[in-house]
Design a protein around this ligand. Structure first.
Ligand SMILES: CC(C)(COP(=O)(O)OP(=O)(O)OC[C@H]1O[C@@H](n2cnc3c(N)ncnc32)[C@H](O)[C@@H]1O)[C@@H](O)C(=O)NCCC(=O)NCCS
Ligand SMILES: Nc1ncnc2c1ncn2[C@@H]1O[C@H](COP(=O)(O)OP(=O)(O)OP(=O)(O)O)[C@@H](O)[C@H]1O
Length: 198
């Protein structure tokens, strides 16, 4: 069985995913895959550099993530261009990893941490969907604090995604991560036990 786990930026997807992993779930992490396709030598990075220009790379050939983020989180058309270049390869890799896990560990729960699940309309590919929720105000505060962003920079990132309340209405399960980590863990354990019975 697999679960597409999503949320808004900085609502706690990684935090909740790692709680599931500690319970025994297997994890496919879309952000990690997105980083892999941006490594020097990967054809996706070459295409990104061809579109955005050589200034997007440092002198060592590594992607300048800050510079690209500044562009795509402020310009919807450029964000779409980046998505068009990167998403097909990321989706293929996600699908391959799920398949390997499900073949090798048919009794395990596979958690797929995928930030743009609903934006990309991929929910039908998962057995169940799970939203890691915090209200927008807390999301903004956590994002500013974690990434050292100004209010405007953090708001631009949040606005580049589907509204969190709308995501909440689309998900099969919701974990509210606005309380303490212990409170979040308690919800993960409850859901884990419920799924184990399925
Ligand atoms: C723009 C990039 C270089 C910014 O890098 P940075 O290190 O600052 O952020 P990081 O990769 O850790 O992403 C943090 C969060 O930003 C959000 N985010 C990233 N890309 C996008 C996007 N294209 N649209 C909306 N939100 C996004 C997600 O919630 C993600 O969890 C990077 O996010 C990227 O390469 N994005 C394109 C690939 C992608 O869509 N990834 C997210 C889904 S797999
Ligand atoms: N229950 C909580 N209480 C306080 N802080 C929390 C809680 N859960 C997560 N955080 C903090 O909020 C920030 C965002 O959490 P996390 O990195 O797990 O989010 P994410 O959704 O995976 O982010 P991204 O969208 O960037 O991948 C982190 O700094 C994390 O330490």
């Amino acid at each position: 069985m697999n679960i597409g786990l999503t949320g808004g930026i900085a609502t706690g997807k990684s935090t909740v995913s790692s709680m599931f992993v500690r319970k025994g779930a297997l994890l496919v992490d879309a952000d990690a895959i997105a980083r892999e396709v941006m490594l020097p030598g990967h054809p996706v990075l070459a295409e990104v550099a061809a579109h955005f220009g050589p200034d997007i790379l440092g002198s060592d050939g590594q992607l300048n993530r800050e510079r690209l983020g500044e562009i795509v989180f402020n310009q919807p058309q450029e964000r779409q261009a980046l998505n068009d270049i990167t998403h097909p390869a990321i989706r293929r890799e996600i699908r391959d990893r799920i398949q390997v896990y499900e073949q090798q560990h048919p009794d395990s729960l596979v958690i797929v941490d995928i930030p743009l699940l609903f934006e990309s309309g991929l929910q039908a590919q998962y057995d169940q969907t799970l939203l890691v929720y915090v209200p927008a105000k807390l999301q903004l505060e956590r994002l500013m604090q974690r990434n050292g962003l100004t209010r405007e920079q953090a708001a631009a990132r949040i606005q580049s995604q589907m509204d969190i309340e709308e995501k909440k209405s689309l998900a099969d399960y919701v974990i509210d991560n606005s309380g303490t980590l212990d409170e979040t863990l308690h919800q993960v354990e409850k859901l884990w036990n419920r799924i184990a019975r399925l």
